[in-house]
Write a protein that binds this ligand. Structure first.
Ligand SMILES: NC(=O)C1=CN([C@@H]2O[C@H](COP(=O)(O)OP(=O)(O)OC[C@H]3O[C@@H](n4cnc5c(N)ncnc54)[C@H](O)[C@@H]3O)[C@@H](O)[C@H]2O)C=CC1
Ligand SMILES: O=C(O)[C@@H]1CCC=N1
Length: 271
């Protein structure tokens, strides 16, 4: 990864995901950024670090971003993107993280010629442990792809796919994935309380177990199946729990249905 400073960025939408990425980029040394965010409170954490404006008309004259990061809701795209069409057609890269929104639809809203990369990050980007999968649209240059690589590797790991349709299952798995992991912590906490543990201890145990397991998975040479087996003593306690969770109709079926449902929703959101 290059250690050169990140180039000027324009972030459109500074909510949960835009803010998470911006936090990662600032930690990585981003110095020049303008954020378009109509709700001042959403960007309050970045006051003094970046220029925050409420609408595109207030972007400082002469600001020339190398990339425009589109981090608004997919449903806001049609009303929002045309105001940025003036930046398309130059060297400027548009990096969209909107779920579902297809490259062709975004290019049409941006005047037809924009260089658009569709990417799907996740919120661990805030601590530079995100995972982003990106897909280049027509006309994206090698330099723009390299810029996207720099931005995405500054907030975690990244990978590319050349087939845009694959971004829909990516959205379901890694885009939304942190929510499933946090749900696991919530459910473990509730189950611990049910078994009589004090609520404070239950919360600490559930959170530390999920976080520690993630750290072990990241650090270990063994895969997740082997790490699971390492916990599971023959005829022991974990084996009893896994018999419940791994029954075909339990987690295997439920996870498959959940990912399929999210993938289908991503396809529905295409514009
Ligand atoms: N939250 C997540 O974990 C992930 C979200 N995404 C995508 O990121 C995008 C944003 O999602 P979140 O951050 O969760 O939503 P959010 O609601 O937290 O953030 C959206 C932000 O856009 C702002 N906004 C609304 N209209 C605007 C406009 N015209 N110009 C500029 N800003 C405007 C809102 O005030 C809000 O702060 C969505 O398209 C979502 O699909 C992608 C990956 C993960
Ligand atoms: O739930 C959503 O639609 C977005 C995309 C992936 C994570 N959050």
């Amino acid at each position: 990864m290059s250690d050169a400073p990140l180039p000027p960025l324009l972030l459109v939408g500074c909510g949960k995901m835009g803010g998470a990425m911006l936090a990662g980029w600032l930690e990585r040394g981003l110095t020049e950024a303008v954020v378009v965010e109509p709700h001042a409170a959403a960007a309050a954490a970045f006051a003094g670090k970046v220029t925050v404006v409420p609408e595109p008309a207030a972007i400082p004259a002469g600001f020339r971003p190398a990339a425009v990061v589109l981090a608004i809701k997919p449903q806001e795209a049609a009303a929002t993107l045309p105001a940025f069409a003036r930046l398309a057609g130059s060297e400027t890269l548009f990096l969209s993280i909107m779920a579902g929104r297809a490259i062709a639809g975004m290019r049409a809203l941006l005047g037809g010629e924009a260089a658009v990369i569709r990417a799907m990050p996740n919120t661990p980007a805030a601590v530079r442990q995100g995972f982003t999968v990106a897909c280049p649209g027509p006309g994206v240059t090698a330099a723009q792809r390299a810029l996207a690589d720099r931005l995405l590797s500054a907030i975690g790991e990244s990978a590319w796919v050349e087939e845009e349709g694959l971004i829909d299952p990516v959205t379901a798995v890694s885009g939304g994935g942190p929510a499933y992991v946090f749900l696991l912590a919530e459910l473990m906490e509730a189950a611990a309380i049910e078994q009589g543990l004090p609520p404070d201890l239950a919360r600490r145990m559930a959170q530390a177990t999920v976080a520690g397991s993630g750290a072990l998975l990241a650090a270990s040479a063994e895969d997740s199946a082997q790490l699971r087996k390492n916990v599971t003593s023959p005829k022991g306690t974990t084996e009893r729990a896994l018999a419940v969770l791994m029954a075909p109709e339990a987690w295997p079926a439920l996870m498959s249905q959940a990912i399929a449902a999210a993938t289908a929703r991503s396809r529905e959101l295409a514009g």
